[in-house]
Design a binder for this molecule. Structure first.
Ligand code: RUB
Length: 303
C-alpha cells in the first residue's frame, strides 16, 4: 500500500486500533522510502517529512504511530549512507527493529493480561482493541472458561469486530448497547479496555465512552484495567501539551439531520488515572502513576 492509500484507510477506520494503525503506518513509510528515487540526502529528508506528515495527519490521537515513525526518522537522521543500497538497508533494518519492538511488547502484555482472567470470570470490554481481544483469546487458548460482555460501540460499531474475533475463538460473548454497560456492571468481575494514548500523568485516552465505563466500574467497585503497551505513551504530554482528541465527521452519527441541529463526534475521551486499577503492559501490571519511570526503563528513545 502507498502512503496515500494507507493514510486514507486509517482515516476511514478501515485500519483501526492504535496498534494496527502504527504497524501499517511504519510499513507504509518503509516501503515509500525504499521505493522512491532520490539523489541527495536533502531529497530523502523531504520524502521522509512529507510522508510522516501525511500519515500522522490521518488520525490525531495516535502516539504509537507517531513513536514508530519517529523511530525510523531518528535512525535515518543519525546514520550516514553512501549509496541507495546502503540507504535501503538502513530503512529496512529500522522498520524491522520497530516492528519487532511492537510485537515483543504485545506478546508480553497479552501473557500478563491472560493470567488475570480466571475460570468463571465475566469480563466487560468496549470498542475493539487488538490488545484486549489478544488477551482474551490467549486466556481461552489456555483452556479457561469465562464470559465476555462487550459494547457495540457507536457510532462506528467497532464492537462488531470484537464480537467476530471472540466468537470465532470460541469465547462466550454477549453484545450490549453502549448505554447498557452500567446495567450489567453488577455481573462483571473486571473491565478490560485498550488505549490510544497514555499521558505523563497516567491518564488514558481510548474510544469515546471509555470514561463512562470507568466511572460506572469505580462506583460499583469493579476493577478497571487498561491493556496497553507502553508504546502508546505520548512524550509531548511531559512538556505540558494536552493530547489532541480527534473529532470525526458528524455524518457518522446522522447523515441527514434536521437543519440547524448541532452534532459533535469526538472519537476518544480521557479516563483519569484515579479510576484505573492498573495498566496491563509488557512490564507487567503497573500503576498509572509509574508510567514515566517505566518509559525511562524500556523506551528511553521515546523521550
Ligand atoms: C480503537 C480503540 C482501541 C485502541 C487500542 O478506536 O479505541 O481501544 O485503539 O487498540 P478506533 P489496540 O476504532 O477509533 O481506532 O489494543 O489494538 O492498540
Amino acid at each position: 500500500m502507498t502512503i496515500q492509500e494507507t493514510a486514507e484507510k486509517i482515516k476511514a477506520l478501515e485500519i483501526q486500533g492504535a496498534t494496527n494503525i502504527a504497524v501499517e503506518a511504519v510499513k507504509a513509510l518503509g516501503k515509500e522510502l525504499r521505493g522512491k528515487e532520490w539523489s541527495t540526502s536533502g531529497q530523502v529528508y523531504n520524502i521522509l517529512k512529507t510522508s510522516m506528515e501525511l500519515l500522522i495527519g490521518s488520525r490525531a490521537t495516535e502516539p504509537m504511530m507517531r513513536n514508530g515513525l519517529k523511530y525510523i526518522d531518528s535512525r535515518i537522521h543519525e546514520a550516514t549512507w553512501s549509496n541507495e543500497m546502503g540507504f535501503r538497508k538502513l530503512v529496512q533494518d529500522a522498520e524491522n527493529n520497530i516492528l519487532e519492538i511492537f510485537t515483543d511488547a504485545k506478546t508480553k502484555m497479552v501473557e500478563v493480561g491472560a493470567k488475570r482472567i480466571e475460570n468463571g470470570d465475566t469480563v466487560l470490554t468496549h470498542c475493539h482493541s487488538s490488545g484486549v481481544t489478544g488477551t482474551i483469546i490467549k486466556a481461552r487458548e489456555q483452556g479457561k472458561d469465562f464470559k465476555v460482555i462487550q459494547t457495540e460501540t457507536r457510532p462506528k460499531y467497532q464492537g462488531r469486530i470484537t464480537a467476530r474475533e471472540l466468537v470465532e475463538a470460541g469465547v462466550d460473548t454477549t453484545m450490549i448497547v453502549d448505554s447498557a454497560a452500567r446495567h450489567y456492571m453488577k455481573e462483571i468481575d473486571f473491565v478490560l479496555v485498550g488505549a490510544d494514548a497514555l499521558t505523563s500523568e497516567g491518564n488514558v485516552i481510548n474510544k469515546i465512552g471509555t470514561s463512562q465505563v470507568a466511572l460506572s466500574a469505580w462506583e460499583a467497585r469493579v476493577p478497571f484495567y487498561v491493556v496497553s503497551t507502553l508504546l502508546k505513551f505520548d512524550p509531548v504530554t511531559i512538556h505540558g501539551a494536552y493530547e489532541t482528541i480527534e473529532e470525526r465527521n458528524t455524518d457518522e452519527i446522522w447523515s441527514d439531520p434536521p437543519e440547524g441541529l448541532k452534532i459533535r463526534n469526538p472519537a476518544f475521551d480521557i479516563t483519569r488515572r484515579d479510576y484505573i486499577h492498573g495498566l496491563i503492559t509488557e512490564e507487567g501490571i503497573i500503576s498509572p502513576h509509574s508510567i514515566l519511570e517505566a518509559i525511562h526503563r524500556h523506551y528511553p528513545w521515546m523521550l
